[in-house]
Write a protein that binds this ligand. Structure first.
Ligand SMILES: O=C(O)CCC(=O)C(=O)O
Ligand SMILES: [Fe+2]
Length: 290
């Protein structure tokens, strides 16, 4: 089996499936927790020095306070009152490119999903939640939602703080075990907690994750169907988060509106076989993950 090589927007070919030093493998206990809860905290998944380098590069793209990048119309997600964003840093920065194409994140996605199967990188985004005191329109809470997933298999999303994050800065919170309820309402639609309970009464039995603090290197991972949201940033510092996503290579596009997929010529019920969705992990012959 061969690893795909994808053409980037730069001149150098992107090489998928390369080992990047400083990213550990998830443990068996973490995989079990993830299976139960739909999300898992992964302490020191990434070497803090590597995370520090990612932060510096994010600051080059978005300014030292995360508020200086101009929205690229039609490319960066629509202005969200919950954060300032920079879409696809891996297309313009070689370190982000190496991290998302690393074999380890792909393998960790496979391990968490519980099946030793090839994984594709889908997309990535920097999410800077600015202090509300500074920007009312970039620091608000993000309502409860399941992530958009236009395919037939669960995806893995890594939520990677690039700097210390304390609870008042608006970290992600989960309704634990809610992935077991499957898709509940249109992916990506954010609602308040009362509305979430009205739409899916069984969510009331899902414990809300605690408020948490994060050190550089700590990572959260979640699957497609777990309901989650964030609080507002009522702190004084910007909250820097990097969020790449991965999916099983054999997942097929279900045809629901997804410009990212459709504009690449992928049709309903086809796999996402395109250089922009490179396979970053292939199991060793004979399997063996987990
Ligand atoms: O923390 C954020 O800004 C967004 C969290 C979220 O919804 C996600 O990572 O899918
Ligand atoms: Fe989300």
């Amino acid at each position: 089996m061969s690893i795909q090589h994808a053409e980037g927007t730069g001149t150098a070919p992107r090489s998928a499936g390369t080992d990047v030093p400083g990213i550990r493998e998830v443990t068996r206990a973490e995989i079990e927790r993830f299976w139960e809860d739909g999300w898992v905290r992964l302490p020191r998944l990434i070497d803090p020095a590597l995370v520090g380098s990612l932060l510096r590069r994010a600051q080059q793209l978005m300014g030292p306070n995360g508020d200086a990048n101009e929205e690229r119309l039609g490319f960066d997600f629509e202005t969200s009152p919950a954060s300032q964003s920079f879409r696809s840093p891996s297309e313009v920065d070689d370190l982000y490119e190496r991290v998302v194409l690393s074999r380890q994140l792909g393998r960790n996605a496979a391990l968490l999903l519980g099946r030793d199967h090839a994984q594709r990188f889908f997309d990535d985004i920097l999410l800077v939640k600015l202090p509300l005191s500074q920007r009312q329109d970039r620091g608000q809470a993000l309502g409860w939602h399941q992530d958009k997933n236009p395919t037939d298999r669960s995806w893995i999303y890594f939520w990677i703080p690039l700097d210390h994050v304390s609870p008042e800065q608006g970290a992600v919170r989960y309704l634990t075990g809610s992935h077991k309820l499957g898709p509940l309402w249109r992916g990506g639609r954010c609602v308040d907690l009362d509305e979430a309970y009205r739409l899916a009464p069984r969510l009331r039995s899902c414990r809300m994750s605690e408020e948490m603090s994060f050190e550089p290197g700590d990572v959260m991972a979640h699957c497609s169907w777990v309901v989650h949201g964030t609080d507002a940033n009522v702190g004084t510092r910007a909250r820097w988060v990097y969020r790449p996503s991965f999916l099983p290579a054999d997942a097929v596009y279900m045809g629901v509106p997804s410009p990212t997929i459709a504009e690449r010529g992928i049709k309903a019920f086809e796999v996402l076989d395109h250089p922009d969705f490179p396979v970053v992990y292939e199991p060793a012959a004979g399997g063996g993950a987990g």
